[in-house]
Design a protein around this ligand. Structure first.
Ligand code: DOR
Ligand code: ZN
Length: 345
């Protein structure tokens, strides 16, 4: 196969930031993607309907001319989130989902949830109106090993919440383990799982062997090879529960190449070429469209995009090593293998 035309993809988990960074990274997504679920972990976070409306407007004004990109906004769930505000935002179509960060789990998550009983009423209301919950699935207890935090979260937090409120639609985001894959796969229609581009490429050795590679550090951190293989099998399976959420998360180089470096891989620029290469390696190019363009909208109850992109196989394609953000350079994810699929929009 040398050309592949698929419905235009969507990104079901994206960090766009704000200000100069937003302006710099947004075109990297809008070039190929029609829609994206926009993460609300700004400083301060997007917690109210008014915050979400203002952020949406800033994104729309930063859009490149002619782009039809649609940001799908989320609210950042806190212990003080008001049901009435959230319901009003959902009713007018301002928000598509709500994001749960356990407090302290990752970048800008200090306002996240500590006591899950305090958000129960909000979650019950979300189940009633069919508003999905996007979950950063890691416990934050200091005694739990960072490589076990996802598996422990499933047992201690996610599964109890889902048993308590079975009608709640949940997206377990950026799954990184075989445990996550199994939980999503066997969890019925109300759970979906997003998988990032970088977790299909790297395992923990890529971060640590032969010198520390800060640009491969993200959260949840990449795990052992057996987990990466489980993620690849899930992503390329075509199964409806799994879809793309890049978690493309820009940080300027000085904050990554730092004694206390930030978590995040910036993959917006080359994601579709990297995915095509992976799906080709797995002999699953015919299932790329399900992963990037069909399963996500189906889970969210939205129509897939009408227009298409075309991927063409040829001589290796190159992408810039870095993009300039106004605040400093942002390094583009290096998959460590040549890319042969050119994307035309
Ligand atoms: O690697 C990550 N970066 N994981 C997250 O959960 C947050 C994100 C960010 O905002 O930089
Ligand atoms: Zn994220």
């Amino acid at each position: 196969m040398t050309t592949l035309t698929i419905r235009r993809p969507d990104d079901w988990h994206l960090h766009l930031r704000d200000g100069a960074m937003l302006k710099a990274v947004l075109p990297e997504t809008t070039r190929h993607f029609a829609r994206a679920i926009i993460m609300p972990n700004l400083v301060p976070p997007v917690v109210t309907a008014a915050d979400a409306a203002a952020y949406r407007d800033r994104i729309l004004s930063a859009k490149p001319d002619g782009s039809k990109f649609k940001p799908l906004m989320t609210l950042y769930l806190t212990e003080d989130t008001e049901v009435s505000d959230l319901r009003a935002a959902a009713e007018i179509g301002l928000i598509t989902a709500v994001k749960l960060y356990p407090a302290g789990a990752t970048t800008n998550s200090a306002s996240g949830v500590r006591d899950f009983s305090k958000v129960k009423r909000v979650l019950e209301n979300m189940a009633q109106i069919g508003l999905p919950l996007c979950v950063h699935g890691e416990v934050t207890d200091t005694e739990i090993d960072i490589f076990d935090r996802e598996a422990v979260f499933i047992d201690r937090v996610l599964d109890p919440i889902r048993r308590d409120i079975p009608g709640l639609k949940v997206i377990m985001e950026h799954i990184t383990t075989k445990d996550g894959v199994d939980y999503v796969r066997t969890g019925g229609d109300n759970i979906g799982g997003t998988i990032t581009t970088h977790h299909l490429v790297i395992n923990r050795n890529h971060i640590l062997v032969g010198g520390i590679k800060p640009h491969y550090y993200c959260l949840p951190v990449a795990k052992r090879e057996e987990h990466r293989l489980a993620l690849r099998a899930a992503a390329t399976s075509g199964e409806a529960s799994f879809f793309l959420g890049t978690d493309s998360a820009p940080h300027i180089d000085p904050l990554k190449e730092n004694a206390c470096g930030c978590a995040g891989c910036f993959t917006a620029t080359n994601t579709m070429s990297v995915l095509a290469e992976i799906f080709e390696q797995e002999d699953a190019l015919d299932r790329l469209e399900a992963f990037t363009s069909l399963n996500g909208p189906a889970f969210y109850g939205l129509e897939p995009n009408d227009d298409t992109i075309t991927l063409t196989r040829g001589a290796p394609v190159t992408y810039p090593d870095k993009i300039e953000s106004g605040d400093g350079p942002v390094t583009v994810f290096d998959p460590g293998f040549p890319l042969h699929w050119q994307v035309s929009a």
